[in-house]
Design a protein around this ligand. Sequence first.
Ligand code: X8Z
Ligand code: ZN
Length: 655
Amino acid sequence: MLSGMRYSFECKTAAVIAFVFLLQDFGIEGRLIQGTNVNLGEALQFLREYSNEGSEMCFRLNTARWNYATNMTEINKKRMIDEQTHKAKFDKVSWKKAITFDWTHLSDPVAKRQLKILATTGRASLNDEKYNEIHHLVSEMKDVYSHTQVCPFNNFDPQFCNISLEPDISRLMSHSKNPAELLHLWKEWHDKIGPRLKNKFMRYVQLANQAARMIGFSDAGDQMRHVYEDAVFEREVMETWRTLEELYKEIFTYVRRKLLTKYGPEFVRENGPIPVHLLGDLWGQDWSKIFDILKPYSWSKDVDVTSEMLLQGYTPLKMYQLAEEFYTSLGLKSMPPEFWKNSLFDKPNDRKIQCTASAWDFCNGVDYRIKQCTKVDLQDFVTAHHEMAHIQYYMHYAEQPYLYRDGANPGFHEGIANAIVLSISNPTHLQRIGLIRNESNAFETNIQFLLQMALKKVSYAPFAFLVDQWRYKVFKEGVKNMNSAWWDLRLRYQGIIPPDLRTEQQLDPMSKKHVPADIPYINYYIALLVEFQVYESLCAAKGHIGQLHTCDFYKSREVGSILSDAMQVGKARHWKDVIRMITKGQSDSISASSMLKYFQPLQQWLHLQNTNEEIIGWNVSSDDRMLFQPLQSKSNSVRYATFPLIILLVSGLII
Ligand code: X8Z
Ligand code: ZN
């Protein structure tokens, strides 16, 4: 996770491609709001001031946010809210100024690009009343989300109804093997969240659309996609999903068989979709949490890296020092003294804090921090490397103007951090740093490792892909039948169904924080693709030979140099240029082929496991759809279903 003020995530041929982009981009730009001022000097002056004031604002806001996150008192909360209000005002003033320029016609590409970003981002186009209203709505929705609590299984006594999402519900969803308890938790969470947020969300949709249309977008979904600066973005994303679908269906089929064996046909149909509550979390997004059920070789012992870490005297500080050593081994930067002085690696006992790990940029070129309630285990060791990758990114683009201090696109920060994690968390690396003593090259060990990764990454892909498909549809087509539209996508892409009847009274997408919190989700899907693309390119640069998932690029200066060049650019260039830099000209767009290559040995193995299955994937029955069809068709179905009963009763009366 990264924590900034923005939501935190590539020649003769090249010239032709660039020209095509310009044409496409111009098509969009023509519609977007702009003024008449073409004075380049004034534009550059404004942008210099904006960069300075924006950095200052970022420092103040992030200081207030840090103070609250690491000491959750009422006074710190108030100070943070004050700074947020201040920032919202600054954004509005800056937007108003930016749209006085005729930015499409400015000759200087740097000024043009920055003004375009400013003019097309945010909701400052709304009048003051509505601008405040939408900010207030989102913060109310976030509040409801974070304060919702549910009743424990088999106990609706109000005094015990204080179970929160984190850590309680999440832990139970991954640990409980009692389908009645899983159903209870799933239903409680969804039934409490959705109805409470529905009206607020509908008003939010209305306002977000108004804001977007005033800038010149067709709706708020169009505005959300525009950050990718790619006229064919949706089509390209869909193509990547088509490439991944086959692998997803293989793993889905394997998992369904294991769940059928565990829970029986009463819960899982042999050729059907999977009820979501059996998959390890509330959303069916990370199946690695139920690896105990899915493990193929039950006799094989997991390597206990955590014990080894404890044995070797690891501490949170040592974990961060080792993470730093990994980056310096590539020739990347050391952490500055401020990092070691101000970061928080241990959970304090004397105050309440937000424990989610995060990496912070204070926008002054010296102050970078990580907050993590670090436990000495492999998971947190990996997280330490992940968070430090964000700090590396921050430090590398620190010289850019404020608006360019960001990932090349919103998936890059997470994608690059996770590409590094693929290297440091595989058995090759753990053996190199002495945390695994005898690396087993056994076929079973490899398959088990890849399966665990696939249950996290491949299983997640359709979810990451569909959340914003739903959001785009709502923004475009309106708020009618939103819940059935959600389940329609869940069934189509993930092959999952709700565990009980859903209606339009409910609004199940609200169960996922990013929706009420107004955080785009497609970024996570893009990050997933970028992760494997970057990893494959870095492994090629390192000269890796062998299966892709065994590659570790520790100590490779070639890798460090590619990463450094790519991170330094920040958002100053189109992300396709950055992909071109990283892949050494091999590619200039997002693609799922690296991910497929990584999982190729597993895909072969899964195919063999699934030989006797009736279908690779799922058949949808009318009963599946009945679970979430909108009321009108449902009452029809109910009518048809009860028709024979009525005849029976009537004929009984006649007889
Ligand atoms: O929301 C997050 C992070 C913050 S950026 C905790 N993630 C997504 C999720 O939980 O759905 C990380 C993985 C995907
Ligand atoms: Zn991250």
